[in-house]
Design a protein around this ligand. Sequence first.
Ligand code: FAD
Length: 413
Amino acid sequence: MNNFDVIVIGAGASGLMASGKAGEQGLNVCLLEKKSRPGIKLSITGKGRCNITNNAELGEFISEFGSNGKFLFSTFNKFFNTDLISFFEKHGVETRLERGGRYFPLSDDAHSIVNALIKYAKENKVKIKTSCEVAKIVKENNSIKEVILSNGEILKAKKYILATGGLSYPQTGSTGDGYKFAKQLGHTVIHPTPALVPIVLDCPYLKQLNGLKLKNIELTVLANEKEIMKLFGELEFTIFGLTGPVILTVSSEIYSLLQENKKVEISINLKSSLDDKQLDQRLVRELNNFGSLPVRQMLKELLPLQLIDTFMQINNIKHTKKCFEVSKLERQQIFNGLRTIKFKVSSTRPINEAIITKGGIALTEIEQNTMKSKLIDNLYFCGEILDLDGPTGGFNLQVAFSTGYLAGTNLEA
Ligand SMILES: Cc1cc2nc3c(=O)[nH]c(=O)nc-3n(C[C@H](O)[C@H](O)[C@H](O)COP(=O)(O)OP(=O)(O)OC[C@H]3O[C@@H](n4cnc5c(N)ncnc54)[C@H](O)[C@@H]3O)c2cc1C
């Protein structure tokens, strides 16, 4: 039997940070990871480049987490984006600021972040045990007594940090075990649902649209014909529907609307940079210029090639139709088509395809200055297991690192 000062369960972003920080204070720390190596999810973040944080100001950063964001004030007061950048610099990883306030390692390789964290933990004498799955947490009175691994081994510590992540991308090890443990220990788990997840469309044109990227579009989400939200940005068609930044951002709202049995539609304004007058003038000019040529040819000036056939099908434009033959009414129809291309949403993709899990351990049961459980004397939480989810842009990893830092800082021996 082994005895430690601290056992950290889960070697993801938050667990690696928490264990290194605890070790730095001279504590005897054991980090348990069920996969064969630490930081598997971290190594695929940001399309393999790892968007570690965002340069948003404190207030703006916190507002990205909705009403739960206020929980983060004390966390970010102790360890925020500039601290994180300094931390990685100190541990040999230079970073670069990109569009949208996003920070990436200069190496463009998420492994440099993972390796720096592993090195940090090892330098602080953390015992990292991989392929070690915690199967059970045993409680006695109001404290955790021990953890039992799936191979039957029993490990004990004075303090425990639960850093098992959420439910998304389960192949990386995040299979929601922590929610189960926390429930057994008496904690409330806000029902986990997908966030930052692609959506599925009920649309016959997906085969021909698959792979098409649309930039600078205006997206409107409608529920029962009512406008719910509007957003500018970029999206991408897939074989089942849509993904890309604007879609991921609205996806958890769409999930909720679908749960309420609402009819959800996505409307895309393909020419959001032109006002009505400008768009009509542009259309008149193009139709005149292309005169005896087919409308299809003219549309190449206005739309990406891959979208043209679908656009013509949706708007009932015949392939043989010449530009000079377009009546005023037909021009209005083309105008309307450019303004609004509508798709019915049938569902979101499942939670295992979500970038992040919405829901998790109820924040009211956690001390925000320490990450300590208010219910169990020697238990702490950090990372995605908490009921916090932010948009893309480095917000979620900052939460994982900051809450990990805080959990690892506040453990007296
Ligand atoms: C494809 C993708 C891209 C992303 N890109 C970004 C990005 O660029 N920027 C950003 O801010 N966020 C990004 N995220 C979100 C970010 O990865 C998470 O917010 C972050 O990894 C959460 O860290 P964590 O430590 O809480 O959990 P995780 O990183 O999920 O780590 C949890 C660890 O616990 C282990 N574990 C689970 N159960 C047990 C058990 N019973 N016993 C032992 N170990 C266990 C798991 O194996 C895992 O290693 C991305 C997510 C995905 C899926």
